[in-house]
Write a protein that binds this ligand. Structure first.
Ligand SMILES: [Zn+2]
Length: 315
């Protein structure tokens, strides 16, 4: 059977998928990311799992790995590995030698974008941008079937474009980045701040009296109960998200902007008001070359599928 292996290398788990040529997932597995271990141990652990899948299903055509951080896919290097704390590692070459199969490596958000483009919400569009609203804002840009990653794979970092100069401190060290306002973490921060300012808010009952239990759903659930403080949180969040999306649309004019991450489960409660706001502020007001705003479809599997398909194309 012809298949490729897609790997999503995260700080907590390493997820593996045997992916068919049409993007369907044939098998899935997950191991905890080795903690406190060096680079070589992690390469060995991944190679071991690839070997187990190959023993079960036959040799894969290729292996693709989506990694956090700055990835130079052309050279197969992890330049900076985000929370993996790797620096300048020839990861694709090392894993390929250890596992005995061709390996390609790319940024995890780019892999997810390619997955959504090939098999998910972006399938019917010739161009799209994926924004993943999670701990940060991950982004991937696909035009004409190709990922745009910038020189040496260091670009397409939309989360680190500034929305409010001098604003909230971002993980990158700059102030006011899009991700400091539009990530799930930012929404949760804004929800907690609103709860503390509004002891009467019904968000307190949704969180059983503890602001620590607020999550990315709390403000949306409060809004559905008609709670004023929750409505204000959601409106302010949507305003910031819309400004950031409008920047993306003005810069790239993709046919679709796909939203991933847990918040995308809000579906049209998120995308319809965003579409209205974005259409009102983009150049030309969305009448010419409209950009559809849609929730992602592949959920946590987007990275696996995208990494496997990118590897298959590169092999
Ligand atoms: Zn930043």
């Amino acid at each position: 059977m012809k298949y490729s292996i897609g790997i999503d290398l995260g700080g907590t788990f390493i997820k593996f998928g045997a992916v068919g040529e049409d993007g369907s997932i044939l098998r899935k597995a997950k191991i905890p990311t080795p903690q406190g271990c060096g680079y070589e141990e992690t390469v060995d652990a991944i190679a071991g799992r690839i070997g187990a899948l190959a023993a079960e299903m036959g040799a894969p055509c290729a292996v693709g790995v989506g990694c956090p951080g700055v990835i130079d896919g052309a050279r197969g290097f992890v330049v900076t590995g985000g929370n993996l704390l790797w620096e300048n590692k020839p990861f694709a070459g090392d894993l390929s030698r250890t596992a005995g199969v061709p390996v390609c490596v790319c940024n995890d958000a780019n892999a997810a974008a390619y997955g959504e483009y090939a098999c998910g919400a972006g399938k019917r569009f010739s161009s799209m941008v994926l924004l993943t609203l999670g701990t940060g804002v991950g982004s991937g840009i696909v035009f004409g079937g190709k990922l745009f990653t910038g020189e040496c794979g260091a670009g397409a970092e939309i989360g680190h474009t500034v929305l409010h100069g001098g604003g909230e401190l971002c993980s990158c060290g700059r102030r006011g980045c899009f991700e400091a306002y539009a990530s799930a973490s930012a929404l949760i921060r804004r929800t907690r701040e609103a709860m503390i300012c509004h002891p009467e808010s019904r968000m307190w009952e949704l969180c059983r009296g503890s602001a620590d239990l607020a999550d990315g759903r709390t403000a949306f659930d409060g809004m559905r109960l008609g709670d004023g403080a929750a409505i204000a949180v959601v409106e302010a969040y949507l305003d910031d998200l819309a400004e950031g999306i409008a920047n993306v649309v003005n810069a790239f004019r993709p046919a679709a902007v796909i939203l991933g991450g847990g918040i995308s489960a809000e579906g049209e409660a998120l995308t319809l008001p965003l579409q209205k706001r974005v259409d009102a502020i983009i150049l030309g007001h969305g009448a010419y070359a409209p950009a559809a705003i849609l929730p992602a479809r592949l959920g946590n599997d987007a990275g696996l599928v995208g990494a496997a398909l990118l590897a298959k194309e590169g092999s």
